[in-house]
Design a binder for this molecule. Sequence first.
Ligand code: GDP
Ligand code: GDP
Length: 442
Amino acid sequence: MKQTSCPIVVLVGRPNVGKSTLFNRITKSRNALVDPTPGVTRDRHYERVTWEDRVFMLVDTGGIDDNPEDLMVNHIREQAMAAIEEADIIFFLMDGKHGVTPADHQVVEILRRTEKPIFYVVNKVDSPEQEIERLSPFWELGVEKLWAVSAEHNYGFNSLMDGLSEQIDSGDPGPELPEGTVRVAFFGRPNVGKSSMINRIVGEERMVVSEISGTTRDSVDTLLTHGNYSYLLIDTAGIRRRGKTTDKLEKFSILKSLASLEKCDVAVILLDAGEGLTEQDTKVIGYALDHGRGLIIMVNKWDLVEHDKKQQEHILAEIGRQLPFVGFAPLLKVSAKTGYGVKRLFPVIGAVDRQYRAKFPTAALNNLLRDAIEAHHPPIYKNKRLKFFYTSQIGTCPPMFVVMTNSAKGVHFSYQRYLSNKYREGLGLDKVPIKLIFKEKS
Ligand code: GDP
Ligand code: GDP
């Protein structure tokens, strides 16, 4: 079994240079295959793109990290620094219509410090006639290559994408893992106890521990093996590099979170029992759901609230209130400090992973669908009764099912939820997200 990698390509640049236009051109192009599942997170500023045979994660940092109060020079410099830390390939966009700015000079200075591939893109060069005039001021930046592009009108776009493809290995194999390894990544804001937890796990479990190089630069993943079982603990932002990451950069670790989400089967989110949920936590959980990952919530530092019933109830109620859409995720109360509850983690990971990979025979699924319809008839849609013909499983990780119907549009959200719950119950999938796709029979 190979660990697969998926480089992160980020778009950096001032507001209005055309980042989201380029993002849309790449992700909506007919050449690109993107995950069609609508996201839980409202605006999607990242997308996993398959371009010919190359796979990458495209992120519009502008969309993810823009802080309206701090949009200008400082902000863009921070973005650039974060991109150097967190991304694998950087597109620095500039505005050919507006011309070169002092901020462009500053950012180029920052970007020079990295060996990572950087594309200096001069956008809004809308035709060959404009190229000389709009591009030439940018040569004063002293970079080796400039890409003249029109994100809006496609000019120069194909060469840019060819250039990108050349930088991405096709199907980069990554390290070899034992068959059936469950890849687990830990998320949570700084100081929630991620490194303590990993140390506790590695120290406590009687497993063979080996370090293998992670799929992103500077990262080291931990492989735990025990008999036939093996788990890869994925190094996430800030765990190994603690001390080096400044507070300012911490808020960008969302990028690294995305990379780790790409690589894991099960996402473990650590929360602080004393402090509750932060916006960052809900964001990462939303991303984990968008990616269809198995999810486990660990409320760490439980020792601090051990005797405080009120705070215990408060935090659990807060989780229930703010995360009603992840009711399926197992919740563990733990303490990395004392070891309380930590032993339950691997059995829970095992259960989540079994469900995540489970496969079901078509006959059983069709029986389940028939019973569900009989118990609760589908509604009338446009004077016709909604009909469901048959169902089958079309994927695992997470389990995905197709349901053939006479009208995909007629399946209202409430009936979708009803069927989804019936599938969950009937198949014993209580710990993972599942996907039901309604298709019209032609
Ligand atoms: P962002 O803030 O960097 O994401 O920039 P947007 O993608 O929202 O674009 C800002 C403005 O520039 C919009 O009005 C776009 O229509 C315009 N724009 C983007 N790309 C091009 C381009 O290639 N040529 C021209 N002429 N305008 C563009
Ligand atoms: P990270 O930034 O998420 O990797 O967090 P660390 O593992 O470095 O932990 C941050 C701080 O919280 C350290 O001072 C730990 O000793 C403390 N800590 C971690 N887990 C626990 C816990 O379960 N209980 C208590 N009381 N403190 C903890």
